[in-house]
Design a protein around this ligand. Structure first.
Ligand SMILES: Cc1cc2nc3c(=O)[nH]c(=O)nc-3n(C[C@H](O)[C@H](O)[C@H](O)COP(=O)(O)OP(=O)(O)OC[C@H]3O[C@@H](n4cnc5c(N)ncnc54)[C@H](O)[C@@H]3O)c2cc1C
Length: 347
């Protein structure tokens, strides 16, 4: 079989890119050491939040939201839904929150909150643009259901070699793929040697969401707890809520078997004690993985002549920025690839 491009890693970044590569007329092999969407993407209770921290991410966020909106129109059954978003924050921090929000925020009535969430003392409640929730593992599969994409699951890539004339990708079962374009979208599995010389090794961090056994309906809002970088997400499709917290644990790798630790539980309990004490008894298990984090705080495309293109740095927001990251990767492939179309082959 001949391919124009091999993409290693079928998480949301690899799948979004494979989808776009197929639309350019390329024949794509998408390889994953596990199943499609089985890495960090499998564990995400992911939202595309309207909060951004700088102009680059603001532009990536806006582009991605637009792309997802268009995709939903093309594929009405896509595992994406929009939901109302509310923001709780301390009164003296609301100006900073408004600045971080991509669209204007305005006061919201307390009745908009689920009855088990409190607006405590000095906290203001704001409403704003709707948020987008994606069932990321399902979205990965939907994106790559393209005739031009061949998927190889449970196919670890042991190593790659090559450069300006093309690449050889060695699979664990001894096969080799000879291909003009190679993209590495390995998430937290990315290694230093995948990056061009001189690049900092990728940093990784744990991401944790706790499950709350509370009934959720499609009309329930997402509640951002902005002072804690946390949010409450209704998951009506699972009949529960998720409390997403910011875990402080850096340096966690997939092979460590990431799990919520006592520090994560302390944070989750403190957030609930403040905003939803009645939900403490509904605290159940968690959904945890680690992600690769870029210095800039969002997906990063690393392109250098004679090297595989690297797309990484979901930075806890890989779903949110995946369409914009895929576009940046396509641009970079245009700039760097040696692409005599269709000469890649399997040996
Ligand atoms: C609990 C939780 C909540 C989250 N909430 C949000 C949110 O609200 N919004 C948001 O945008 N994001 C959120 N995220 C983060 C988001 O899920 C990640 O940023 C995103 O999934 C990263 O995608 P990825 O494709 O880079 O990595 P992954 O999904 O990890 O994919 C990488 C893939 O590469 C494969 N791979 C690695 N090495 C090899 C190899 N040698 N050979 C073959 N295959 C290989 C792996 O098997 C894996 O499938 C959350 C994550 C978690 C865990």
């Amino acid at each position: 079989m001949s391919y124009d491009t091999v993409v290693v890693g079928a998480g949301i970044l690899g799948c979004a890119l494979a989808h776009r590569l197929a639309a350019t007329g390329r024949r794509v092999a998408l390889l994953d050491r596990g199943m499609v969407g089985s890495g960090c993407s499998a564990r995400a209770g992911a939202i595309a939040s309207p909060l951004v921290r700088d102009d680059r991410l603001r532009a990536m966020s806006a582009r991605s939201r637009q792309w997802y909106a268009e995709y939903r129109l093309r594929r009405p059954g896509a595992p994406l839904r929009s939901l109302p978003a509310l923001f709780l924050c301390a009164a003296d921090r609301q100006d900073a929150l408004r600045e971080r929000c991509a669209e204007p925020l305005c006061p919201a009535p307390d009745t908009a909150l689920p009855e088990w969430v409190n607006r405590t003392g000095a906290t203001v409640l704001l409403g704003g643009p709707r948020a987008l929730h994606g069932q990321v593992a399902d979205l990965c599969r939907a994106l790559i259901a393209e005739p031009a994409v061949d998927v190889y699951e449970c196919t670890p890539v042991d190593r790659w070699s090559g450069g300006n004339g093309g690449f050889v990708v060695e699979l664990a079962d001894g096969r080799g793929l000879d291909v003009p374009e190679l993209v590495l979208a390995k998430g937290a599995w990315l290694e230093s040697e995948d990056l061009p010389p001189g690049w900092e090794p990728p940093r990784t961090k744990k991401i944790v969401s706790y499950v709350l056994a509370l009934p959720a309906s499609p009309a329930d809002p997402l509640v951002h707890l902005a002072d804690h970088e946390a949010f409450l997400l209704p998951r009506p499709e699972r009949g529960e809520w998720w409390l997403s917290i910011t875990s402080p644990d850096w340096g966690i790798l997939p092979q460590d078997g990431p799990a919520a630790g006592p520090g994560d539980l302390r944070i989750a309990r403190a957030v609930l004690e403040r905003y939803a004490p009645h939900a403490l008894s509904a605290l159940r298990g968690s959904s945890v993985h680690c992600d690769s984090y870029s210095p800039g705080g969002g997906p990063e495309v690393v392109a250098a002549p004679g090297r595989p293109l690297v797309v990484h740095g979901g930075s806890g927001s890989g779903f949110r920025y995946a369409p914009a990251a895929a576009e940046a990767a396509l641009d970079a492939l245009g700039a760097f690839a040696v692409r005599p179309a269709g000469t890649g082959r399997t040996t």
